[in-house]
Design a protein around this ligand. Sequence first.
Ligand code: NAX
Length: 327
Amino acid sequence: MAPVNVTVTGAAGQIGYALLFRIASGHLLGPDTKVNLRLLEIPQAVKAAEGTAMELDDCAFPLLSGIEITDDAKKAFDGVNVALLVGARPRTKGMERGDLLEANGGIFKPQGEAINAGAASDVRVLVVGNPANTNALIASAHAPDVPRERFTAMTRLDHNRALSQLAAKVGCAVTDIKKMTIWGNHSATQYPDLFNAEVNGQSAASVVNDEAWLADTYIPTVAKRGAAIIEARGASSAASAANAALNHVHDWVNGTAEGDWTSMAIPSDGSYGVPEGLISSFPVTCSGGEYSIVQGLEINEFSRARIDASVAELVEERDAVKALGLI
Ligand code: NAX
């Protein structure tokens, strides 16, 4: 089988450093799939990416067929099968949201165009760089020839955080928990849903049986975990973010487990009242390389209000990038 072309943007960054070695050792696509890595960086960071590539060489990974490093998006995405868009413009002090969206438009528009121009017909795109959902929307808008379902954004780190926080609360193993969902935006408004999640087959919300803890502790702890990591580590989540990116693509390509689902931010088809086309997080199952939204879940009043608030934020972001002419 020909090696799979995997492009990582922001390859010299901290998530890139945590991600590349695990891609090359088979954690993205499995132990039988060879990969060609394409590292895209800005010109100032190409040298650092070259250093990472030297270390990748020095691991002599059996699955790693080749590494190319470039600052040219057209080259990076030519023939790409899996695109991990990690590099983004972070919000700096005093930056308004409009400036942030505009700066990221300057990154995700040309990357969308380059994917449109050169990607393989089976390309799958995961946007990690924040604001991830809206950056994915921008990239997708500039790749009209690529089915929009191929553009996704990452809420898997939030999903994994939701699993571990729940496991700690009820004293179970993370593997005892199934059917976790993150709804909405990868932001502080995201909603981890315990009403549809199960602990050893029972409703997680009823196992917890403490709505105050749910509202005042659990949801904010999951949603603000990124800030807590920065506070403790002095740097934002990197290894856990890389791990979540691997989980997201692995499940998309290889399928979710029977009787379980995962969370992915994907273009809405209008399910659960989320406006069509918004890239919002849903419960999904994956099979045969495709995902589908889990249908028919009960959304109670508590959940409805929180999903609506997060979706309203996504609508605002979409309208802002529309006003800026980015989509
Ligand atoms: P770093 O600042 O360490 O690395 C970012 C890298 O991207 C830098 O090397 C930079 O040179 C590169 N870059 C910038 N513009 C580029 C462009 N146009 N083309 C190619 N490369 C470019 O950030 P890191 O900690 O690796 O985080 C990367 C992104 O992930 C950030 O936007 C961050 O907010 C986001 N995150 C998203 C998460 C999620 O769950 N969706 C969680 C973790 C993380 O916070």
